[in-house]
Design a protein around this ligand. Structure first.
Ligand code: NAD
Ligand code: GLY
Length: 369
C-alpha cells in the first residue's frame, strides 16, 4: 500500500495550485491530473532529457495513457548550455507537430533546466497553455519547480529572457533522486540549507540532527520527504507574499549574489549553482558577522551544515577588483547600491542596501587571509 502524499498548497490569489510530495509516484500522475480537472482526451507534450526519460519516461507515458491522455515525448539535450532560445524553438516545433492546443498540457520531467525551459515554452505557446512540473533533481524539487519563474539564458547573461507562468500542479516523486548523481544531490542540499537559514529553524534543526547530508543513501526516505516538504513550505510562504518579486521574494536569493560572482569568475559549468551558493552563503555569513547582525555560533552552525553536505565554502579564485566589478553588474544592484540578503540569526534574514565598497574589500581581504 502506498503512503498518502504530503500536499502543500501554493495559495496564490490568481493561480493557486498544489505541490504533491511522495505517495503518488510518477505512476499516479495521470489519475491526479484527472482529479484536478484535465479532460482525459487532453493532449500532453512531455519534455525531458535522455537520462531522465530513460528512467522515468515510459512510466509517465503509461500513467497518462491509462487515464486516456494522448502523450508524446520530446527529448532535449541535457545541460545549462542548452537553456537557450533554440531549445524553446524545438519545444514549439514539437507543439506544432503534435497540434498542442490551448486546453492541452506540457509536462516538464527533469531538473531545473527542463523545468524553466518547458515553463517558458508553455507560457509563450498560443499565448500561454497549462504546465505541470515533475522535478527530478533535489534543486528543482525544492526550488525551481515552484513559484512560476520560467525562462532561458541570453548570451549576455543567465535567465535574462523569461516570464512568470505558474504551474497547474507540481508532482514530486522523491524516489527519482535514487538515479541522480551525488554531486547534483549535494548542490540541491545547498538550497535546502538556504531555506533553513532564511526562514525555517525547524528545517535547520532537522538538518543538524542527521548524521550526513552528502548523499541520498545516508538519509531515510521519510526524512527526505520532510526536508522537501519544509523547503517547499518556506518557498511557498515567500512566493505567496510576493509572486512577482517586487520585494520580499528577493530573500530567496540568499547566498546567490556572491555565488553569482563565483560562477562568473570561474566560468559557468565549473561549479554547480548550488556549490557556488554554498560559498556565497558563507561569505555573506561573514559579512553579517562583521556587522554584528548574527553571532559566531550562528555562522559556525551554518558552516557545519555546508561541511556535512560536502559543499565548498572557500573561494576558488580571489581578485577583489573583479569581484566588485561583477557585483556592480549584478541584477540585484538597485540605483547603484549593492544589495545583499544577510542573516539576522538562524531562520531569519533581511535585505540591506547600505554595504560600501570598503566593507566588501575588507571582507575579501579577510577571506584571503
Ligand atoms: P539540471 O536541470 O541541469 O539537471 C542536472 C543534471 O541531472 C542533468 O544532466 C539532468 O539530465 C540530470 N538529472 C536530472 N534528474 C535526474 C535524475 N533523477 N536521475 C538522473 N539524472 C538526472 O540542473 P538543476 O540543478 O536541476 O537546475 C538548474 C537550473 O535551475 C538552472 O538553470 C537554474 O537557473 C534553474 N533554477 C530555476 C529556479 C526557478 O525559480 N525557476 C530556481 C533555481 C534554479
Ligand atoms: N529561486 C528564486 C525564486 O524563485 O525567486
Amino acid at each position: 500500500m502506498k503512503q498518502k502524499p504530503l500536499r502543500v498548497p501554493i495559495a496564490l490569489k490568481r493561480n493557486p495550485y498544489e505541490v504533491v510530495i511522495g505517495g503518488l509516484g510518477i505512476e499516479g500522475i495521470g489519475n491526479e491530473l484527472r482529479s484536478i480537472g484535465f479532460n482525459s482526451n487532453c493532449k500532453v507534450l512531455i519534455v525531458s532529457n535522455e537520462e531522465v526519460a530513460e528512467h522515468y519516461g515510459n512510466k509517465l507515458i503509461r500513467s497518462l495513457e491509462e487515464n486516456g491522455f494522448k502523450a508524446s515525448l520530446l527529448i532535449i539535450k541535457a545541460g545549462e548550455s542548452q537553456k537557450n532560445q533554440k531549445s524553446i524553438g524545438l519545444i514549439h516545433d514539437a507543439a506544432y507537430k503534435e497540434r498542442i492546443e490551448r486546453n492541452s498540457l506540457m509536462i516538464a520531467l527533469g531538473g531545473g533546466v527542463i523545468g524553466d525551459m518547458t515553463g517558458f515554452a508553455a507560457a509563450t505557446w498560443l499565448r500561454g497553455i497549462p504546465i505541470v512540473q515533475v522535478p527530478t533533481t533535489l534543486l528543482a524539487m525544492v526550488d525551481a519547480s515552484i513559484g512560476g519563474k520560467t525562462g532561458v539564458n541570453h548570451p549576455k547573461g543567465k535567465n535574462l529572457v523569461g516570464a512568470f507562468h505558474q504551474p497547474k500542479l507540481v508532482i514530486i516523486d522523491p524516489t527519482t533522486l535514487k538515479s541522480l548523481p551525488e554531486r547534483e544531490f549535494r548542490a540541491g542540499m545547498s538550497e535546502v540549507i538556504k531555506y533553513g537559514v532564511i526562514g525555517d529553524i525547524k528545517l535547520f534543526n532537522l538538518l543538524e540532527s542527521l548524521p550526513s547530508l552528502n548523499s541520498l543513501k545516508g538519509i531515510r526516505m521519510d526524512l527526505i520527504e520532510k526536508i522537501i516538504e519544509y523547503s517547499v513550505i518556506t518557498k511557498a510562504r515567500v512566493v505567496e507574499q510576493d509572486e512577482l518579486e517586487a520585494g520580499i521574494r528577493a530573500i530567496l536569493n540568499y547566498g546567490h549574489t556572491f555565488g553569482h560572482v563565483v560562477e562568473t569568475l570561474c566560468g559557468y559549468g565549473v561549479w554547480l549553482h548550488g556549490e557556488a551558493v554554498a560559498i556565497g552563503m558563507h561569505t555573506v555569513g561573514l559579512l553579517a558577522l562583521n556587522r554584528g547582525s548574527w553571532s559566531w555560533s550562528d555562522l559556525s552552525r551554518q558552516q557545519a551544515l555546508i561541511n556535512k553536505a560536502n559543499l565548498p565554502f572557500t573561494w576558488p579564485v580571489m581578485q577583489s577588483a573583479k569581484i566588485l566589478e561583477i557585483l556592480q553588474g549584478d541584477k540585484k544592484v538597485r540605483n547603484g547600491k549593492l544589495r545583499f540578503v544577510i542573516p539576522k540569526g538562524i531562520g531569519s534574514v533581511e535585505i540591506i542596501d547600505n554595504v560600501s565598497e570598503e566593507e566588501i574589500n575588507n571582507l575579501i581581504e579577510k577571506i584571503n587571509r
